[in-house]
Design a protein around this ligand. Structure first.
Ligand SMILES: Cc1cc2nc3c(=O)[nH]c(=O)nc-3n(C[C@H](O)[C@H](O)[C@H](O)COP(=O)(O)OP(=O)(O)OC[C@H]3O[C@@H](n4cnc5c(N)ncnc54)[C@H](O)[C@@H]3O)c2cc1C
Length: 505
């Protein structure tokens, strides 16, 4: 395993090397993007915008376009199986939706009937009446929700949004650490402390931390409030109102970005990225990308192509399709991102009334979140199809509703029966979902080697669709600035005077 100081030194040397060997402005790079999830498709889109229409961009996809944005079909209806919810402040996702005429196709999500469930049963439940719910929240958590709102607004969202200003000015970062530092030192610090510590410092009560914060983290990331504070805060924001998704499925944004990028899609699994020898000693870098075609003759499915720039847009340690990095001066194993397995279980059927002590199915919340770390399931939510209104859509009728349960392990038959009775359908989707968010974990770099970039470094801060796009835009800007020698736009932690100087508050 590389030490990070050694890694930083290598990046600095590569950077200096680039300063003295900038690219001829009219040379066009050949670019490979590995992965056609949101990160890969938006990388291809931004690379096209920056490098222009003549540049060759190949996108490799081993499985299906969309990656973790995917739908599952149950009883003739599609449901979001992975990335489901987009926050109102997610600027890029909103821009894409409007650019692709999907703004009118937004499905809004606001949880109406929420329950918190622990080892000893229901801990808290909202009511059908908004005023009653507010009163109940106030009674149980005092002014915690107000404190949280003010804290997320001033300590998180306003600082996080600085990244848009940097990116609007074409500025990019070689490491995730510097990107977070440019937002604010306090944002970077949040990755070094647990959510519980961060919330305590912000003045939130222990009950709020143990119940609402725990519920949000278990539901969104399958983890507890010992996860780092930044991902925890993102998770709490994801529990706000005014959330939306794209009618027909969020994966359409990925498909449209890929189409708009006019990249060539190569349906193949990349097996290795090989650093080509610079035998003439010119200092120029090139990569050979080896891949196995997905739908080819099994005897003739291995190929390779040469590229000047390679963008890795899949978690390197969180993919079932491992990529080997060959002939680099040192072993390429700098990724200390352990990926968390989340099982999404889709059941069409009835909630078990005995377990949850229901006299009627309607007494069960539409969204049930668990607060006890040793409970075997994290949450159960009633799903709406991505095409509401089409056909009978198992709506309202909790008798035949479709439920999504998140778990950290494949459940036993007995556990499934504990949750559901009379089920007519059951599917399990096994996701390598997001990193394990341990406070103080190393934050990977966006630049793995000269002209070899890593979009999914950003997931070590938090995994979310908007955040993937921010990572993709950073990598596209980094590749462009390095190719053209715009070094003043790399790793500048402050915006220029005259525009707005952001000193740490
Ligand atoms: C269960 C679940 C729920 C989620 N809910 C939300 C949510 O509500 N809101 C939200 O914003 N985010 C959510 N997320 C997170 C969100 O899905 C991710 O942050 C985002 O989709 C990541 O996109 P990506 O392109 O970086 O990675 P991926 O979507 O994983 O794309 C990587 C792609 O690379 C391909 N690939 C991998 N290895 C190779 C190889 N060797 N060669 C070629 N191709 C390869 C894969 O097949 C995949 O298609 C959720 C994630 C999960 C798992």
């Amino acid at each position: 395993m590389w030490s990070w100081s050694l890694w930083s030194l290598l990046l600095a040397l590569l950077f200096l090397h680039k300063v003295y060997s900038t690219q001829d402005d009219d040379t066009l790079p050949r670019i490979a993007v590995i992965g056609a999830g949101l990160g890969g498709a938006s990388s291809a889109y931004f690379l096209r915008q920056l490098f222009g229409k003549e540049v060759q961009i190949d996108v490799f996809e081993a499985n299906r376009v969309g990656g973790r944005a995917a739908v599952i079909n149950i009883d003739g209806q599609d449901y979001e199986a992975g990335a489901s919810i987009i926050h109102k402040k997610n600027r890029y996702m909103a821009e894409f939706a409007s650019q692709f005429n999907k703004s009118d196709d937004r499905l809004s999500h606001s949880a109406s009937f929420i329950g918190l469930y622990g080892n000893s049963g229901m801990v808290f439940q909202t009511s059908d009446w908004q005023a009653v719910s507010l009163a109940k929240l106030l009674w149980r958590y005092g002014f915690d929700l107000y404190t949280l709102r003010e804290w997320t607004k001033h300590s998180l969202i306003s600082k996080f949004e600085r990244i848009y200003e940097f990116q609007d000015r074409g500025m990019a970062f070689t490491t995730l650490e510097d990107m977070l530092r440019a937002m604010s030192d306090s944002i970077l610090n949040m990755t070094r402390h647990s959510l519980q510590d961060v919330l305590r410092d912000a003045g939130l009560s222990q009950r709020f931390i143990d119940e609402l914060a725990m519920a949000a983290l278990r539901n969104n990331y399958g983890q507890t409030t010992s996860a780092h504070g930044f991902v925890g805060a993102v998770s709490l924001i994801g529990a706000e109102s005014d959330l939306w998704s794209v009618r027909g499925g969020n994966k359409q944004i990925v498909e449209l970005l890929l189409k708009e990028s006019k990249a060539s899609l190569i349906e193949a699994k990349v097996t290795s990225v090989i650093l080509m020898k610079d035998e003439l000693g010119t200092g120029s870098i090139a990569y050979e990308v080896e891949y196995e075609k997905t739908h080819a003759d099994p005897n003739n499915n291995i190929s390779s192509r040469e590229y000047d720039i390679v963008v890795v847009a899949t978690p390197v340690s969180g993919t079932k399709h491992r990529i080997s990095f060959i002939d680099f001066p040192n072993p390429m194993t700098p990724f200390v991102q352990d990926y968390h397995t989340t099982i999404a279980m889709f059941v069409q059927g009835r909630i078990n009334s005995t377990t949850f002590k229901l006299s009627h199915q309607d007494e069960f919340p539409t969204d049930l979140f668990t607060v006890s770390p040793d409970l075997f399931f994290n949450s159960i939510g009633k799903l709406s199809s991505v095409n509401p209104g089409s056909r009978s859509e198992a709506t309202g009728q909790k008798e035949s509703a479709v439920w999504k349960t998140f778990l950290n392990k494949v459940p036993t038959e007995e556990q499934i029966n504990q949750l559901f009775e009379n089920r007519s359908d059951l599917r399990l989707v096994d996701w390598l979902a997001y990193p394990e968010y341990r406070p103080g974990n190393d934050l990977p770099p966006f630049m793995l080697y000269d002209r070899l970039y890593y979009v999914n470094a950003i997931e070590s801060a938090a995994a979310a669709m908007e955040i993937s796009v921010i990572g993709a835009k950073n990598v596209a800007l980094l590749a462009f600035n390095q190719w053209h020698g715009h070094f003043d736009k790399i790793d500048e932690l402050h915006l220029e005077i005259g525009e707005e100087v952001h000193a740490e508050l």
